[in-house]
Every structure is written in C-alpha cells, then in structure tokens.
Design a protein around this ligand. Structure first.
Ligand code: ADP
Ligand code: MG
Length: 335
C-alpha cells in the first residue's frame, strides 16, 4: 500500500476499514513516500516491496520539485516495473446525474513511454527539447492487450487514437502496429481517430466508443475527459499491468491536496481500485460483495459526496457501504 499525498492516506484508511469489516484476507505493507525528499530510498523500497508482493494499491505520489533530473515517482514505479499498459473501465452509474448515461468505454493506454519518456533537456538557454519515444514492442503489447480484452469481454470495436497526420513517425508507428495486430482479430472491428477529433466526438457522441487504445499523454487527457463525462475524478479506478506485476489506483491519479482532511473526498475510486486488486488476487467473493455494496450505495441509497452533487461526507459513504456489505454477507461464515 502506497498511500501517497493529499487524500491518499484517508482513502486508504477507508479501504482498510472495508476490508476489515468484510473479513478480506489481505494484509497491507504500507510505505509512505515523503514528497519533499529528493532521495530515492523510499521509492526503491516501494519498488522492492511490489516486486516481492506482486501487487500494490496506490495513491498519487507528489513530486514537488520541478528540477530537471528529478523524476516523478509515479512514472518511475511504472517504468521500473514495466507496467506497460493502463486500463480504465469507464462505466456510468445509473444513480449519478452526469452529462451522459450508459457510457461503457474501456480505455487502454500505453503507460511507460511516449511523451512520458522523461528525456527532456535544455540544449541551449531558452531551448528545451523533449523526446517522445514509441517502440514497436510496446505499441504491439498495448494493441494486443486491447484486442485480447475486446475478444474476452464480448466487445465489438477497437479504436486507435493518434496524431499520425502530424507525428508521422512516432504516432505513425503506433497506428501501423495496431493495424497489424488488428489482422489477428477479424471478428473485432478496428478503426482509428485523430486525437483532436476524438475529444470532440467524446463530448458530443461518446456512445460510439467501445475499446480505445492510445499513447501515454493522450491517455492521460482522454481518461480525464471520459471520467468527467461519467461523474468526475472520484469514481473510476485504473489498473496498471505488466507481465509480472499489477498496481491499482484511482483512474485520474489526482493528489487532491485541496480537499484533504475535510471529509469530502469521494472514496469510491480508491475502493473500486481495491476491488480490482481483489479480483486480480482471485478473491472473487469479497470483490463481488464490495462492488455490489458500492453500487447499491450510489444507485439506490443515493449517498453521494459533493463532487457528485451530493451532500454526504466521505465517512457517510463508507458507513453506508459497510451497512450494505453486512446485509449482503449475512449468514456467511468467514472462518
Ligand atoms: P492533481 O493531483 O492532478 O493536481 P487535483 O488533486 O488537483 O489533481 O485534483 C483535480 C480535481 O479533482 C480537484 O478539483 C480535486 O478536488 C478533484 N478530485 C480528485 N480526486 C477526488 C476525489 N476522490 N473526490 C472528490 N474530488 C476529487
Ligand atoms: Mg492539483
């Protein structure tokens, strides 16, 4: 467990409360990373711990310094562990009033390179260069993840998002690679769309999208657009996968510094991330019950924090989830 900064620690406390209440057989090793230090000792320890445990639940780790050479620790964790893909299942909750209903988009994002290669330098004073790195290997792994997801989950269409009309080599490679991979999946429709048009299409007709695959920075932006369409930063979880490790976190990866300690942060995105973790570990019984308790709280009891237009506190949401969980698991013998 990497609580991170801002609202991270309070959200983690809710996860622990729900797990304890639900008798979830998971122990956490908690590692706090101090945002003000520039040393990487805690970061190395966190990475070693994830290698040992195989999985992690994380909040956003702040990087205060803007000095060149000081990497974002969030990016460092994803690169070090080769978590090459990020997956956000952006699905509407019927109980939440939002711009659109019935959105169900799987957003698949390259998670370790592209514009996040962290290769920036000032070549001469006043001139900064930043490298965007696209490799066939990673473009292929991301595309394959997207098409495999589509195949295994009854999805009909995959859309590759790019700017290959301008970035002909880098985005061109990403697009061409996904077209090649698409040939192995003749039953799934494949199309592509330029990132700018994609943003317009998302806000005017989001229902045309099914599975989307894209490079790193476009994924950061588009995931925020879609989360905004279904109800904001406090709902959707994000999964980071590599061949060996998996890290679960809130989908829009916010620190939430301004709302920390006020009992108003929406606990749902982190709780959904904890459900993803349980599913990954094979604790399906616990995952299903917690997920169901979350849905009942949002859709039927309408217990909503202010970000959703509600008046409930974070702890009221959590208490209601516990109440629902109790009813759902009545009569079940944990031991
Ligand atoms: P970043 O860490 O990327 O700077 P912020 O912390 O500024 O992001 O979050 C962006 C916006 O989303 C803020 O208005 C913040 O209050 C809101 N937000 C993020 N997470 C939550 C949450 N769990 N509940 C409610 N609002 C949230
Ligand atoms: Mg901020």
């Amino acid at each position: 467990m990497l609580p991170g900064g801002g609202i991270g620690p309070e959200l983690m406390a809710y996860v622990k409360e729900v797990f304890r209440f639900g008798g979830v057989p998971v122990d956490f090793e908690t590692i706090d990373i101090d945002p003000s230090t520039e040393g990487n000792e805690e970061l190395e320890y966190a990475i070693t711990s994830i290698r040992r445990n195989g999985v992690a639940l994380k909040g956003n780790i702040e990087t205060k310094s803007l000095t060149a050479g000081i990497q974002s620790r969030n990016v460092a964790i994803r690169s070090e562990l080769d978590l090459f893909v990020s997956a956000l299942h952006c699905k509407s909750y019927p109980g939440i009033k939002s711009m659109y209903q019935d959105i169900d988009i799987m957003l698949i994002r390259q998670n370790t390179e592209g514009e996040y290669a962290m290769l920036e330098h000032e070549s001469v004073a006043g001139v900064v260069e930043s490298m965007k790195v696209v490799t066939t290997d990673n473009a292929e792994r991301v595309a394959r993840y997207g098409f495999e997801y589509a195949k295994n989950n009854g999805r009909k269409k995959v859309t590759t998002i790019h700017k290959a009309n301008i970035m002909k080599l880098s985005d061109g490679l990403f697009l061409e690679t996904s077209k090649k991979v698409a040939k192995d999946y003749p039953d799934i429709e494949h199309n592509d769309m330029i990132i700018d048009n994609c943003c317009m299409q998302l806000v005017s007709n989001p229902h045309q999208f099914d599975v989307m695959i894209m490079t790193n920075l476009y994924g950061a932006i588009v995931s925020n657009v879609i989360c905004g369409l279904v109800g904001g930063a406090g709902l959707i979880s994000g999964r980071n996968y590599g061949d060996h490790f998996a890290v679960f976190e809130p989908g829009t990866r916010n620190t939430g510094t301004a709302i920390a300690g006020k009992n108003i942060a929406n606990p749902i995105a982190m709780l959904n991330a904890s459900v993803d973790l349980l599913e990954h570990l094979g604790f399906d019984y616990h995952a299903t019950n917690i997920k169901h308790a979350i849905e009942l709280t949002i859709n039927e009891d309408h217990i909503h924090t202010p970000d959703l237009g509600g008046t409930n506190s974070s702890t009221e949401v959590v208490q209601n989830i516990l109440k629902r969980l109790e009813k759902l698991t009545e009569g079940h013998n944990w031991m």
